[in-house]
Design a protein around this ligand. Structure first.
Ligand code: NDP
Ligand code: PYC
Length: 342
């Protein structure tokens, strides 16, 4: 057995879920919050998205310990307009508010062809793909956006303004898993830089700047300085769009405001999330199946030349984890058990 494997700890998916829920409940999360949060983290670990997998237990515990999150918040669902859903998360983690609002969002998207949901006053540490995937599995086209903390410099600058501001998209596919992508508008998610710092690894020079504005391969220097957007001015514009539509548009905070609200506690971002759901049948009526088949032709043209679809790596990782279980670094496992004891 090689050294890397000796340093891993094996867990079944059920054991990982039990561990996550135990840690979260020990930290005071209400059982329904703990179950929703654990589901997101274990899904991330299962799908090989380790920057938003079980490592996030440490991040969530930190947010509870520092008083950033309300662990037993009771989300409140309302309907500000016919095609709109609002869920006030009352300062809790975002996962339960999403679960509580989703049935009404789906119902409204089916009724009106398009509907949108704002999650307000939530704490966000997570990947967005589980949410758009869940909507696409219901036959809807879905978009999700959330700001974070102002860690990212605009193209042409070196001082943080934007969050890492992910954009996620889901598209339903007949008889197969939906087409899903989900990425930060920064060069990479902050969680990935944190994992490099934990592992003592250098990062590529084009991920960010140190506090003096110089490109740096030192993960800690970039965490203390500014991250870069992906794709230069294009990622920068998309990051600004996420700030606007998942901040002021839904009456919630920008990343800079969220950072200020954190008051140096180092918690996960507090703020909003914006989700749009579209029923393809709204435009297409009885033609929906024919047009979804035309979409399949595009996917075939991508894969037919050896390129891969976003989400395909994740689905392969999922199938492997379902069969073989999970392996997490021993150091992470030890840190999680320590958090449980604190
Ligand atoms: P990645 O760069 O790792 O991947 C982004 C997307 O691109 C995935 O859908 C991935 O599919 C796809 N992809 C990657 N490589 C290829 C390729 N060669 N060909 C085709 N598709 C590809 O993501 P990020 O580091 O930018 O973000 C990671 C996570 O961090 C996201 O889930 C995001 O939601 C989360 N995040 C959350 C934030 C928050 O505030 N809550 C803030 C920022 C990020 P696949 O998965 O199959 O590889
Ligand atoms: O990885 O950039 C990130 C992130 C921010 C909030 C949650 N994840």
């Amino acid at each position: 057995m090689n050294r890397a494997l000796r340093e891993d700890v094996a867990l079944t998916i059920a054991e990982a879920d039990e561990l996550a829920r135990t840690v979260l409940e020990a930290w005071g999360l209400a059982p329904d919050h703990a179950a929703a949060v654990a589901h997101t983290m274990v899904s991330g670990e299962r799908d090989g998205c380790t920057s938003h997998g079980l490592y996030r237990l440490l991040v969530a515990a930190n947010s509870v310990e520092r008083g950033v999150v309300v662990p037993d918040a009771v989300p409140e669902v309302s309907e500000p307009a016919q095609a709109l859903v609002r869920v006030d998360g009352k300062g809790g983690f975002a996962q339960l508010p999403f679960e509580r609002g989703m049935p009404l969002l789906v119902e409204k998207a089916r009724k009106f062809g398009i509907a949108a949901m704002a999650l307000n006053n939530v704490v966000h540490f997570a990947a967005l793909w589980p949410e758009v995937e869940a909507l696409a599995e219901q036959g809807l086209v879905a978009f999700a956006f959330t700001p974070s903390h102002s860690w990212v410099a605009p193209a042409g600058g070196t001082k943080p303004v934007f969050g890492t501001n992910p954009i996620a998209f889901g598209w339903p596919r007949p008889n197969r898993a939906p087409f899903v992508f989900d990425f930060a508008t920064s060069a990479v998610a902050r969680g990935e830089i944190e994992l490099h710092r934990r592992a003592g690894k250098e990062i590529p020079l084009d991920w960010g700047y140190d506090a003096e504005g110089n490109p740096s391969s030192d993960a800690k220097a970039v965490l203390d300085g500014a991250m870069r957007t992906f794709g230069g001015h294009k990622g920068s514009a998309l990051a600004a769009m996420v700030e606007l539509i998942a901040g002021p548009l839904i009456g919630d905070m920008t990343s800079a405001e969220s950072m200020a609200a954190d008051k140096d506690r180092g918690g996960s971002p507090i703020g909003g999330e914006f989700i749009i759901a579209i029923d393809p049948a709204g435009f297409l009526g009885a033609g929906v199946e024919e047009h979804l088949r035309r979409a399949e032709a595009m996917f075939d043209m991508i894969e037919g030349q050896g390129a891969r679809l976003p989400g395909s790596r994740r689905l392969i990782a999922r199938a492997r984890s379902d069969k073989e279980g999970l392996r997490i670094p021993a150091k992470l496992h030890q840190d999680i058990l320590e958090v449980l004891e604190r």
